[in-house]
Write a protein that binds this ligand. Structure first.
Ligand SMILES: [Zn+2]
Length: 157
């Protein structure tokens, strides 16, 4: 899977939004609205993936509509749990997309992170240093959100 620099930023933002929802910094209508907007701007991500992600958002939207119009009292099952499971699925989709992307060397990227010391990496673009023990092909600078080649990447199996 290929992601543009722009895609990667949006995907990291989606991950952040999900985290904010989990710690109650975003409510359900907010996260639905934010994720719908972010999904629409992704450039290289397949339509199939987007459809799957969107259908999970739609399920959350149905719950949210029921909460807003008061019909949630008639919800079959535990709607809180359904929200939790829906968010969990979205999170899983985002994490596995990131893992897949970072697992392969991206030839569109020229820069390589710099080894600071045994557990630190430095971004050549913004000079930020962060703790990393990752052995994947690519790493992401947490400050500027750019993908970089990982100097510690284990060679291809
Ligand atoms: Zn950086």
């Amino acid at each position: 899977m290929l992601l543009s620099e722009y895609d990667l930023k949006q995907i990291l933002l989606i991950e952040k939004k999900i985290f904010w929802f989990e710690i109650n910094k975003l409510d359900l209508p907010e996260i639905i609205c934010d994720l719908e907007g972010l999904i629409n701007v992704l450039q290289y991500v397949s339509d199939f993936w987007k459809e799957e992600f969107r259908s999970e958002i739609n399920s959350l939207e149905i719950i949210n509509d029921s909460i807003e119009d008061g019909s949630i009292s008639k919800w079959k099952g535990n709607y809180q749990e359904d929200i939790h499971n829906g968010i969990k699925k979205l999170k899983k989709m985002i994490i596995s997309m990131l893992e897949e992307y970072l697992g392969r060397s991206d030839s569109n990227i020229l820069e390589k992170a710099i080894i600071g010391d045994t557990c630190w990496l430095i971004c050549p673009k913004c000079n930020d240093a962060w703790e990393s023990d990752s052995l994947t092909a690519m790493v992401v600078c947490p400050k500027c959100c750019r993908a970089l080649h990982n100097p510690r990447a284990t060679q291809y199996k």
